[in-house]
Unconditional design. Structure first.
Length: 106
């Protein structure tokens, strides 16, 4: 169950990452409110997952999901550049997340 919460926290973090830019430096009230609410929800779900998962593993997976999701959305939505280096970085992050999950003690 805590791995599902951790996955949810990561997905919320991806959504949160996309709400930062529309705040225009936190000068727009509604986008800023959405940004803060999503950040709080992501951290709450992460904290629940950390009740049984090691802090280091949970945080690494959380940020890994967030990074992969944010880069992927950047490419798909914002037409950010796709380079061999970025693809390699994403592959390493995904590999690290999978390895963290597979080697987690029972």
């Amino acid at each position: 169950m805590n791995w599902l919460l951790l996955g949810l926290a990561g997905l919320i973090e991806v959504a949160w990452s996309q709400t930062i830019k529309p705040t225009h430096g936190f000068t727009r009230p509604l986008p800023t409110l959405v940004c803060f609410l999503l950040a709080a929800c992501a951290v709450y779900a992460l904290s629940r997952a950390m009740e049984t998962l090691p802090v280091g593993t949970a945080y690494a997976v959380f940020t890994g999901i967030g990074a992969v999701g944010a880069i992927t959305l950047g490419v798909v939505v914002n037409r950010d550049p796709v380079t061999a280096g970025r693809i390699a970085a994403l592959a390493l992050i995904v590999g690290g997340v999978v390895l963290a999950r597979l080697t987690e003690p029972a």
